[in-house]
Design a protein around this ligand. Structure first.
Ligand code: FUL
Length: 511
């Protein structure tokens, strides 16, 4: 913890114990990412509790990555399919120029900070030489059966300081024991154990929810909780995503997050019981409910909850139409401008972007994808390199720590005095500036609170609204027609307890 963070925490602790707008500490899990709702809680108590649910350390680290990537690579790369049936002839798998270091260099140059490899997709083909099935890289021509792509990938991540994640599909169309629930669940534990013990530190484990067996197919009941416990035991720092307790699917593969995106969600009675059974020490519930619903975390949703959790959104989307590489999609790679749009609609809407970049049959990221990623990075640097609000004189009558708004640090923040839930922050800019992007960040390590805000600019002797929004969360970006002004003001119109703002930015999007 930085010194600053310590003092801010101290400050917050003072508010915590001095004002009624505060949840009792003993009600939360040790990491604060879960709080039960008691039958005696009033609606106001519930909203106060919601304002104090916070990310676990692993969730906070993950959220601050902003940009992560997926590499869908496997037998489908060679059969030109999206979903293999598990009956593929493994002799087709031979990436002649395979180079995981190229993948990681490309990702790193694009600003991506954590990557996930499809170690096993639905076809059941393992990119590592598992002892528990023959349907693996051992039985391919790649390095005469002596290859281990998970290892080469893990080593490249280590070399370049990149976060390392693995996708392991629960649905398996090859395994003869799939559908014999107990046997398959054990086999899955073996696979997980191999992956989580042989390749060093793992930062993310990704389980998807696909199961295409249909009404007449094999019925496999997954032992998710046993899998979560194994992951917590072997790799406690890893976030478990999608069919997991730490990170939720945003609900679409279009790349469009919600305009109102809460990271604090209600828990129902079953989930609550599962957490209680796990001594309330850690989040280990299997996600339930309709996570595609437009409204997941409004006050109305929270009021009927049995508990509240920190459960942030991840936006997974591909740089190409498919998840796996297909020649015919070489001309359909998203452009730098398209990638910038994705950044706004994912990271800019309180989510982490998981951008899929599928390597080709040679085992490399294709030139078309490399060019787009490079162009996007250049545009990102030009747009966000200079904060046009820097050097502004800030006033906020009921606010404290205004300097935190422009210090470039996520762990210092402005907030209100007393128990004020509304405020106006006025920034007299360092001269006349032209901008078309507002960037706001809340200090999520103390909770997500802001429910409504407006940005206004001052010109011609009056204030004019130029942008407005509901939630902020980790980051909110809003693009609007260019405005030239000498002053702006942010009006926070509604918040669950004292609002916090960690960073305030004005930018001009590159042409
Ligand atoms: C889905 C899968 O069916 C797709 O093939 C892909 O892996 C995507 C990320 O998740 O559920």
């Amino acid at each position: 913890m930085s010194v600053c963070k310590f003092f801010f925490s101290l400050f917050f602790a003072c508010i915590f114990f001095s004002f009624p707008c505060v949840a009792q500490q003993h009600e939360a899990t040790a990491d604060g990412s879960y709080v039960p709702i008691l039958p005696s809680d009033s609606p106001a108590d519930i909203i106060r509790k919601a304002a104090h649910v916070v990310p676990s350390p692993r969730q906070l680290r993950w959220q601050e990555l902003e940009l992560t990537a997926f590499f869908h690579f496997g037998i489908n790369t060679f059969t030109d399919r999206e979903w293999g049936d598990g009956k593929e002839d493994l002799s087709v798998f031979n990436p002649t120029r395979f180079d995981a270091r190229q993948w990681i260099r490309v990702a790193k140059a694009a600003g991506i900070r954590q990557v996930i490899l499809t170690a096993k997709h639905h076809d059941g083909f393992c990119l590592w030489p598992s002892q528990y099935t023959d349907h693996t890289i051992k039985n391919t021509p790649y390095k005469n059966g002596h290859g281990d792509i998970v290892k080469e990938f893990a080593d490249a991540c280590k070399e370049y300081g990149m976060g390392f994640g693995l996708y392991l599909s629960p649905w398996d169309r090859n395994s003869p024991v799939y559908g014999d629930s107990a046997k398959y669940n054990d086999l899955f534990l073996h696979w997980l154990t191999e992956l989580l013990t042989n390749y060093g530190k793992v930062d993310e484990v990704w389980f998807d929810g696909a199961n295409g067996e249909g009404p007449n197919g094999k019925k496999q009941v997954y032992a998710f909780e046993a899998w979560y416990h194994l992951i917590r035991h072997l790799q406690p720092q890893a976030v478990i995503a999608i069919m997991g307790p730490d990170v939720r699917w945003v609900g679409t593969e279009t790349g469009q997050g919600r305009l109102t995106e809460w990271s604090v969600l209600p828990l129902n009675a079953n989930q609550q019981a599962s957490i209680a059974a796990n001594s309330q020490k850690d989040m280990t519930f299997a996600p339930l409910g309709d996570l595609m619903h437009e409204d997941l975390g409004s006050r109305q949703q929270l009021l009927s909850a049995k508990g509240l959790i920190w459960y942030p959104a991840e936006t997974d989307v591909s740089i190409r139409p498919g998840w796996f590489y297909h020649d015919k999609e070489d001309a359909k790679v998203r452009t730098p401008a398209g990638l910038m749009d994705l950044y706004f609609s994912s990271v800019g809407r309180n989510s982490v972007l998981l951008l899929n970049i599928p390597p080709n049959r040679q085992g490399l990221i294709s030139d078309a994808d490399v060019r787009s990623l490079q162009g996007w990075r250049k545009d990102m640097d030009s747009t966000f390199g200079v904060n046009l609000a820097a050097g502004a004189a800030i006033s906020s009558p009921n606010g404290v720590h205004p300097h935190a708004l422009l210090d470039g640090k996520n762990d210092t923040w402005w907030t209100t005095t007393g128990s004020d839930t509304t405020a106006t922050i006025t920034l007299a800019l360092a001269g006349e500036k032209t901008f078309d992007v507002l960037s706001l960040q809340e200090e999520i390590s103390v909770g997500q609170r802001v429910e409504k805000f407006v940005l206004e600019s001052y010109s011609g002797g009056q204030w004019t609204e130029i942008a407005s929004g509901t939630t902020i969360g980790y980051k909110r970006l809003i693009h609007f027609p260019p405005v030239t002004a000498r002053a702006v003001r942010l009006r926070i119109l509604s918040s669950r307890c004292n609002p916090t703002i960690a960073e305030f930015g004005l930018y001009k999007l590159v042409e």
